[in-house]
Design a protein around this ligand. Sequence first.
Ligand SMILES: CC(C)=CCC/C(C)=C/CC/C(C)=C/COP(=O)(O)OP(=O)(O)O
Length: 387
Amino acid sequence: MFIICQLTLAILVLDSMDKHRGSRLSELFGSLGSFFRKCMFCILSMGPIPKHFAFIMDGNRRYAKKEKLEEGAGHRAGFSVLMSMLKYCYELGVTYVTIYAFSIENFKRKPDEVQNLMDLILEKIEGLLKEESLVNKYGIRVYFIGNLKLLSKPVRVAAEKVMKATTNNTKCVLLICIAYTSCDEIVQAVHESCKNKLEEIQPCNSHRSFSGRVEEVDGKSIDDDIGHSVQELFGVQTNELRATRASTFCNDVAEGVERTDKKSGVVGHGVHGSCDKWGEVQSLEASGTRDGVIPNVKSEKLLVDLSILKVVDIESHMYMSVAPNPDIVIRSSGETRLSNFLLWQTSNCLLYSPNALWPDMRLWHLVWAVLDFQRNYSYFEKKKKQF
Ligand SMILES: CC(C)=CCC/C(C)=C/CC/C(C)=C/COP(=O)(O)OP(=O)(O)O
């Protein structure tokens, strides 16, 4: 009870300081504020602290409208709140923060809105390289997560520069999802996994005679399992034919994922054509082959053979594979949807959605999120063990 009272008092003091941000009063009380914050974080740290926070920064345009500001001012205010949130997270001991900065869907907005947002993002990315930036102050390693090919060259180059410049930072990690949707991430991960498997399979296969006899490499016979399944799968005529069919299979699986993405209007995967197999893949998955298997859709037998492709293979090709799964997603503005954000990574994750628009988010929203996490901690830990 005493702790809750202390926290509430500290939150009220800090919140009133926050309201005077930028004024002389706030400067005057700046160090007092940081002292209060540290005390509060010490109290919070008596419980478990999330390792990984993810933010969906919703409500920037609505904020601009509400405050009768010009278009774009909401996103600028949103960026400044983002910097405060990052500071609080890292002070609290959170190691990973992921933000949804720009989705592939966002490219469908009015061209000048997209352009203004990209200009702001470019300006802020370049700002991250400055000596006095938060990135240098807290030793943050930055990753840009998404289909970076879809970005304009200046933004892509700036993003690559920041990633390179922060490679040796080890204290904490910021993952900026840009030109990102989960469906796109999953499609490219499936594609890469299939490509890798084929590279693993083909050398084995090229040492095999058409009769199926196993040949020896360096005095050892090649394990028959993989080669056998490939032979059955591709009908075994020539290595070229096998390769073509294999890559068709790879595309079919990936296209299936893509098709579900297209239904939601997502563009830009670079794989075209129709695939009638995804429904089958989905129903096979639902009927118990889910555990690590991308099923083959041509026959029951091949379904078993293709168990060579595992969930871990796909996972290791996710853009987000550089970080553990998030412990908590905060979506501002009271929305409780994930909107194609980290769908693969959030099966065991708390969703916290305060009503505040993103530029109205304050320290106390973060504190309530951590308290909510602590309240649900044992439930999520139990779930993780069951998984
Ligand atoms: C360098 C860097 C990481 C910059 C990030 C800048 C920033 C705050 C981006 C937010 C982008 C965005 C589309 C937010 C959603 O609000 P919205 O525009 O959909 O607003 P609404 O929900 O009111 O419509």
